[in-house]
Every structure is written in structure tokens, then in C-alpha cells.
Design a protein around this ligand. Structure first.
Ligand code: ZN
Length: 243
């Protein structure tokens, strides 16, 4: 955005100097300044215009954001995430890995008991696009069973690992009554950027209805980023929903 504006401003200064002091020159200078001013405003409006668009969208849609946590349950991270959510009275959605749910059924139960949604993130976290339909359904079914064995209602959503999907993956899920659920805000918390960076990436990209991808099963700084995410989104008028 800065480059084109600078290009515009530089010639405007040189033209002003050449015109001298006659009334005609003054008029020409003023006209030129007006034209350039309008052009600069048009150029500058890239940011604010987008913000206005978001503002009007937010007035139509509810300002609800969905935090989702993938790849758990694990210790000690999942209990830490649950503690922060509970402290701030936020409900979220956990896409659990079946294998890990088998290992920590108590944590799966706790997620549900504390009012969160527990959904299916496959049993061994494979790229489902590399599997046949039989194996895909086996991954999803085994996870449904692990979740039910923890005393939690059967999931109705699945999230393909890595977001890797195609028509076949989606319909394998649908054949088991599982709605494929991706995300539209990804702060890449799993790569362990500082908490402040995770928070900024989430807050600056959220719109009403956004689904935010976070991780309780990985992501060293996610727990630390959570209070910042929650407080800043609340300050912008957002509430939190589950899927
Ligand atoms: Zn995952």
C-alpha cells in the first residue's frame, strides 16, 4: 500500500514547484492537489474499506467464534486448556484422536462434562486422501467407539487430519453420519510461535462465524495464548460457541 502512494506524492511536489505564483498556476496547483488527494484517499481505503465490509457483515451475522482444539487428549496440555476455558467460561470443540481418547478416557469425559463438544479426528491421524474408503471408515468408526467408550455421546462431526480431503473422504464421513468440519482461521500454533503471535494471528483474522484451529495435542504456547485470545475477542464483542 505504501509504494503506490509514495509514487503519487513525489511528482505532486515537483509539479507544485514548477507552477510559480500566478492565479492560473495556483488554480492548476489546487486542482492537481485535489485530484491527487482523491486518488490517495481511494488508494488508502483498501484497509478501512475492508474493515467497513467486515463491520456490516458482523451486524448481519451473530458475533460468534468457535474455538476448536485438535489432536488431544494428552497430558498435561488438555487439562490446562480445559482449566483456561473453564476459568473464562468459554465452550469449545475438541476434535480428538481415537487412539489418544482410548488412552485418556477420563479427559474425554471431562471435556464433555464441562460443556464442550467432542468430535472425531480419526483414530491414528492419517492423511485420509491416501486411504481407501474401507480404511477411512475404519479410522472414523474406531474413533466414534473410543469416544462412546469414554461415556460421551456419539460424534456428528469429523475433521480430516491436515485438512486433507476430497469428495471420497467427505462422503465416507457422511456415510457414518459425520459432517466434515474444517476451519477458516489457522494461527499455526502447532509450530510453536510465541503466545503473543498466536493471539494476534487469531484476533486479526476472526470474523463472525469463524472456526479457529488450535491444538491441545501439540502447540507449546497455545495454552498461554488462550487468555489473550479470549479477552481480545470479547473486547471486540465476540461470544464463543461450540460445533
Ligand atoms: Zn490433527
Amino acid at each position: 500500500m505504501n509504494a503506490p502512494i509514495n509514487v503519487l506524492r513525489t511528482p505532486s511536489r515537483s509539479r507544485v514547484r514548477r507552477h510559480g505564483d500566478s492565479p492560473l498556476a495556483l488554480l492548476a496547483t489546487l486542482s492537481l492537489a485535489l485530484v491527487l488527494g482523491v486518488m490517495a484517499v481511494v488508494l488508502l481505503q483498501g484497509g478501512p474499506a475492508q474493515a467497513q465490509q467486515l463491520g456490516s457483515t458482523s451486524q448481519r451475522a451473530a458475533r460468534i467464534v468457535r474455538l476448536t482444539f485438535d489432536d488431544g487428549p494428552v497430558r498435561p496440555n488438555t487439562p490446562r486448556v480445559l482449566n483456561v476455558l473453564s476459568k473464562h467460561r468459554v465452550k469449545a470443540t475438541f476434535f480428538v484422536i481415537g487412539q489418544r481418547a482410548r488412552r485418556h478416557p477420563g479427559l474425554v469425559k471431562r471435556e464433555y462434562r464441562e460443556g464442550h463438544s467432542v468430535q472425531n479426528h480419526t483414530y491414528t491421524h492419517p492423511d485420509l486422501t491416501t486411504l481407501g474408503p474401507v480404511e477411512t471408515r475404519r479410522e472414523l468408526r474406531a474413533t466414534n467407539r473410543a469416544i462412546k467408550a469414554a461415556g460421551v455421546p456419539r460424534p456428528y462431526r469429523f475433521r480430516p487430519p491436515y485438512g486433507a480431503t476430497n469428495v471420497r473422504v467427505r462422503s465416507a464421513g457422511a456415510s457414518l453420519g459425520l459432517i466434515q468440519t474444517l476451519w477458516n482461521v489457522d494461527p499455526r500454533d502447532w509450530a510453536d510461535p510465541p503466545a503473543s503471535v498466536i493471539c494476534r494471528r487469531v484476533v486479526s483474522n476472526v470474523n463472525p462465524g469463524s472456526i479457529v484451529l488450535l491444538h491441545d495435542g501439540s502447540g507449546a504456547n497455545t495454552v498461554e495464548a488462550l487468555p489473550c485470545i479470549i479477552k481480545r475477542l470479547r473486547a471486540r464483542g465476540y461470544g464463543f460457541g461450540k460445533l
